[in-house]
Every structure is written in C-alpha cells, then in structure tokens.
Design a binder for this molecule. Sequence first.
Ligand code: GDP
Ligand code: MG
Length: 423
Amino acid sequence: MLTAIVGINWGDEGKGRMVDLLSENYSVVCRYQGGNNAGHTVVNERGRFVLNLLPSGILRPDTVNVMGPGMVIDFEHLTGEVGRLRAAGVSVTPDNLRISDRAVICMPYHKLLDELEEDRLGDARFGSTRRGIGPVYGDKYLKKTLRVGDLYNLRDVERRLPDLIGWKNLTIHGGYGHAPYTPEEALAWLRAYALPFVPFICDTTRYLTEAAKAGKNILFEAQLGALRDVDYGIIPYTSSSCCLSSYAPIGAGIPGQKLDRTIGIMKAYSTCVGEGPLTAEMHGPEADRLREAGVEYGAATGRPRRVGGFDVPASRYGILVQGADEIALTKLDVLSYLDRIPVCVRYRIRGEETDRFPMGVDLSEAEPVCEYLPGWQCDISACRSFDELPAAARDYVAYIERATGCRIRYISVGADRDAYILR
Ligand code: GDP
Ligand code: MG
C-alpha cells in the first residue's frame, strides 16, 4: 500500500502529527520534496520534537526513513537535527535513515543568496524562510548543483567546484556586491558536514522498488500545503518544489508506482506563515486570541502565524489539486473558546461573489463572505469518539465536510499522538 499524507492549506496543518500517528502501519516513511524549511512538530511518549529535514517516521524504532531525490539537503542543518534527536535518545543510523544519492545538496551559498534577495526585495519580500530553498531549486533546474551521490567522489567535486562557484560569484559578488564565496570554503563545509553522512547514502529507487515488491507499506510525507505548491499555489508566496500527492512517488524515488490512497491534512481554521493573500484573515484582538489558543508560531522559524477562519474555496481547491480521498481535520479543540465560529464560504471579487479559488490579482482583491456557526464552548480534548463531541462540534465537522465535498475520517483534538477521533 502506497499512501501520501499531504497538506490541504498553507502548511502547518499538523502533517507531522498525523504521520507520527498513522506511520504505525507503515514500514517506510519518505520525504519527497523541500528541505529544512519544513517544521513538523511531533508530540508522543518520547517527548516533543521539531523535525525539519527528517521524515516523521524517525521517531518509530522499526521504521525506515527515506529522504528522496526530490529533496534539497543542507547537511549542516541535518547534522544539528540528528544530533538533537540522538541527545534525546532517538537512534539515527544507516539502518533507519536512507538518503537518496540523487537528492540535491543545499550549500551555504544558497542560504546566503536567499538572504541577499529577501533583503533586496525589502517590503516586497516573498516571506522566504531564508534557508536557501528557492536558490537551490533554481540551480537544480539549471543543472548546476551537487548531488548527494557526488560525495562518493570528492576529488571530482573538488575539480568541479571552481567553475560552479565562479559562476555563483557572478551573482553573489558581481550582482549583490557581497564578498565572494570560495571553493575552499565549500570543500571544508562538505568535509565537515556532508561526508559523515556517506554511510547513509542509498539508491532509494532500488530500495523502494524492492520494498514495494515485498508488499511493504510505504508512506509519503509532504512538507508544506497545497497552496504553497510551486505550480498550483499562490505564486510567488509558494515554496519552490512540488508538494502535491501526485509528485510523491517521483520525489521519493519510486516514479513508476501509483498511490493507493491520499490523506489530506486540513486545519479547522486558517493559518499562514509569511506573506501573500489570506482572504479569511483575522486582525487585532480577534486574531491574537486564535493565535494564542492554537499556539500558532512557526515551528521552523518561530514567526507568529497569521490566522483566520476556515476558508472553504481555498480548502476545496486544496482537496482538488491533492486528489485527497479522505481528510484528517486537525486542531478542532482550538476553536472551543468561540461562541460563534466564522467560516469563509465564498469570495467577493470586485462586487461579484464566487466559490472558485482564483489566482493573481483576483485573489489579492478577494474579500471573504462569511457565515457563522454556533460554537460549543467546552473542552473537547478528551473526546475519543464522534458521539462524545458536543452537537455543535459535530455540526461544524459535518458542515465543513459538506462544503468541501471530501470525507473527514480523522478528527484531531490535541497534539498528543492519541488525541484523535476515528470516524
Ligand atoms: P506540519 O508542518 O503540518 O507538520 O504542522 P506543524 O507541526 O508546523 O504545526 C501544527 C502544530 O499543531 C504543532 O505544534 C502540533 O503539535 C499541533 N497540533 C497538531 N494537531 C493538533 C490538534 O489537533 N490540536 C492541537 N491543539 N494542536 C495540534
Ligand atoms: Mg509546519
């Protein structure tokens, strides 16, 4: 069984939390796109963990975790992340972590370029996490990157570096006027941070193909949500990779296989880190209240997240492009304090109402058309069955299910592994 767990909204829907829960029945968990711009928070009996690069299956002792060819990997960051996990007693070895030889290395100069460009843009910045992700994907498509498998032959890398970095300095030094980066710095960095991971390198296509043939269950974990996808998201406030389910087998390393099931993770309200349109956005004390209730601060960057009511047009679109078969609705418990719950049901664009999710200027100019549903105003975090939920909470779930047209199978009512309801 090949299953993808993907985000329906702007990211931070609780994908890590759901992967941690659902990975119980899977032997392999793969990350298939992005880099350490992700922030997945997982809370279980072993503690509270923030994962940026590693698949969320790393916390289960018998799960094999794959970092696929669709990823971009900053080995300095990975060194820190693995170190923190080991310090907490989690074992990370070549037995439970396989890094694709085809994945791309995110170099320190990619991070530098990300910083330089966001600073140049000033108020018009994209809201990048400044971790080099945009620049390294750009270079990938220009075919000017180092890949993980290149570490097998550092002498060849050393031969290629002067030309590669000379070309980068046309921008770093020639364009931005920053001090040039040097091949020596790059080589020292690779030796310090990347070479220790050589034992983890793997032909993940071969590994996953054999695992699938042997009937093993494989889970694909997306980073970021549908609205951050580089093709279908809110350009330019997107990530630079494809975070849709249909890319999962490609980005993970098993491109010839089709998914059996896609689980969309959808939040009971809206949140967004960084810039760009958020039609259902709340402001002032109303927003502060929701942000505090949901503890909405970026796991990767600590930035306060923008918040708003549930957005039907955006979520229906997210479900469409993800091809979700079923939904896990997360953070329903967060809404418990509200006496009435706003839901954005349509957009008004220059006076005209639509239930379509538009692009470009139409989206920037869209205003929310809201309906208000009655709140339940009691703690639901201990509920473990649908019937235990107060009627207003059941009605809210049913309303969203009807409005988005996709079955809600899981309802999460807390950050802990077992704080959920299976419907
Ligand atoms: P991801 O990037 O999609 O993995 O999501 P994040 O980890 O960035 O953000 C989700 C946050 O909500 C994390 O801090 C989780 O621990 C927390 N969380 C997940 N599900 C629930 C839930 O149902 N209720 C509450 N209160 N918190 C949750
Ligand atoms: Mg996150």
